[in-house]
Design a protein around this ligand. Structure first.
Ligand code: ADP
Ligand code: MG
Length: 474
């Protein structure tokens, strides 16, 4: 796999020319991000960071990732409806992790009251790396599945055109024509539009719930644009707006600022720092409402790392997806080794193994958004410290995946042009809509490739570590 563009990478002048053309094409195509200096204004914007060249992806693994996505959609949806499974799986976590505990309390509270929502919309992104740890061909291994605020579907829809141009500038038109079309924006919007339609009020709006810092607004605008094109109104609001101007009527229809909301699309609410007391109250109001939440709180919980770890237990998928042996086999084939650190013999044993072999594992807390995992010496120290305390249950352990690095250039505003050894992570977007018990949409919406320099163990594009990329199938 390494060495796909070796000949190109030797020509320094050509690389410079291509990089200049690449940046202008990115701006032209709308691969945009607001600046760190002015994250909430669009007066001056820049390009979202991206690789100069597309990265090699084994076509068999790419196809495998597409082929399993509808199974993952069904699985996430099944978990979200399985109160008993969520309760049992998260029982140890919520004792020590306050954030998961608060989400879980809202989950129970809305179930107790009875769900007003009858249409459900899931937008998720299942992320993978290509593991070369074992001898033989690389294997597709899932890193995690994101069931809330899965981002970069918008900008990914515009990145292929940039790489197509770069390859042409470098004299590789044939290779340029091989880059696959990719339009997650359209796929995500069609799910939102379907949910909006089933909600059944033409005057109701779609509400994007957004964070305080909105550097990645253009990624969201790509999806928003698709909705306006279908004559669906979109508003952008914060939790605070919901707290101040949100209400439910007798039928628990949600109104914000006088407008009825059909669909709430969360691009916020996935980490503790998104919440103060008012925001928690706003979240509860939204969850109690009849509006379609993308995701509802149960689906957010289905995306926790503790759930991911429990799914890998023998027999668990069979319980959750009875009678679906083929789907189960496809899903299970993507699992890396995952281990519970719950108090007890099983947890003691794996903790000791990880302390003795820290480089074989990743230690993960129940957090999203990158930059939280522990590796190597740091993993050893932390685990040594917490190994005899219940605190360890707020983490899971996972086998460390070992991708094959490849050389590329990471283009970032104000950064010098230099080659880096890089690894990539492939994400596949899934979209589904359920009305009552019936799944009325189950789609794969496209892909996202993110690439980072090998020295960065952790972190995504929004965290400033990874950059956008395009798969070049080999
Ligand atoms: P987050 O919810 O913070 O995105 P992830 O599980 O996606 O958490 O981990 C963040 C990053 O850490 C991933 O993008 C990947 O680069 C790295 N990572 C996570 N799990 C593994 C693993 N098992 N092996 C190697 N790298 C991993
Ligand atoms: Mg991740």
């Amino acid at each position: 796999m390494a060495g796909l563009w070796d000949a190109v990478l030797r020509g320094e002048a050509a690389v410079r020319r291509a990089a200049t053309a690449a940046v202008d094409t990115a701006l032209l195509e709308g691969v945009l991000m607001r600046t760190e200096a002015e994250p909430n204004a669009s007066d001056v914007v820049s390009y979202a960071p991206f690789t100069l060249l597309p990265s090699a992806v084994p076509s068999a693994l790419f196809e495998q990732a597409y082929a399993v996505q509808q199974d993952f959609n069904v699985l996430v949806d099944a978990i979200s409806q399985n109160k008993e499974f969520l309760e049992r799986t998260l029982a140890s976590t919520i004792k020590v992790d306050d954030f998961t505990a608060r989400l879980f309390r809202i989950h129970l509270q809305v179930l107790e009251e009875g769900l007003a929502q009858s249409v459900f919309l899931g937008i998720n992104r299942s992320d993978y790396m290509f593991d070369c740890g074992a001898p033989g061909v690389p294997a597709l291994k899932q890193i995690e599945i994101n069931t809330i605020a899965a981002s970069f579907g918008g900008l990914a829809s515009r990145t292929t055109a940039v790489h197509r141009r770069v390859l042409k500038v470098l004299g590789m038109s044939e290779e340029a024509s091989r880059l696959l079309p990719n339009n997650p924006s359209e796929g995500l919007a069609s799910g939102i539009a379907k949910a909006w339609e089933l909600y059944g009020s033409r005057s109701a709006v779609v509400m994007f719930l957004v964070e305080q810092v909105q550097r990645n607004i253009f990624d969201q605008r790509c999806v928003e644009n698709e909705l306006w094109n279908r004559n669906i109104r979109v508003i952008r609001k914060r939790f605070r707006d919901v707290f101040e101007k949100g209400s439910l009527d007798d039928a628990r229809r949600l109104f914000v600022d006088g407008q009825e909301v059909a669909v709430v699309y969360y691009r916020e609410g996935y980490v503790p720092k998104n919440y103060d007391q008012q925001n928690w109250e706003a979240r509860l109001l939204l969850e109690r409402s009849r509006a379609v939440k993308c995701p509802d709180i149960a689906t957010q919980l289905a995306g926790t790392k503790k759930v991911q770890q429990e799914l890998s237990r023998p027999g668990m998928l069979e319980k959750l997806l009875p009678g679906r042996a083929e789907a189960i086999a496809r899903i299970r084939a993507t699992f890396a080794g995952l281990y519970s650190l719950d108090v007890g013999e099983e947890g003691d044993k794996i903790a000791a193994t990880a302390i003795a072999n820290p480089d074989r594992f990743v230690l993960k807390p129940q957090r999203e958004g990158g930059g939280n995992n522990l590796y190597g010496e740091e993993l050893r120290q932390v685990l040594e410290k917490i190994k005899d305390s219940p605190e360890r249950t707020s983490y899971i352990l996972m086998d460390k995946i070992q991708p094959q690095p490849a050389t590329n250039y990471l283009l970032r505003a104000h950064s010098p042009l230099k080659a880096s050894e890089c690894i990539s992570e492939l994400g596949i977007f899934g979209v589904y809509v359920r009305q009552g018990k019936e799944l009325v949409m189950n789609e794969v919406a496209g892909h996202l490739l993110r690439t980072k320099a090998v020295e960065h163990a952790d972190g995504g594009v929004a965290a400033g570590v990874a950059v956008l990329d395009t798969p070049y199938l080999v």
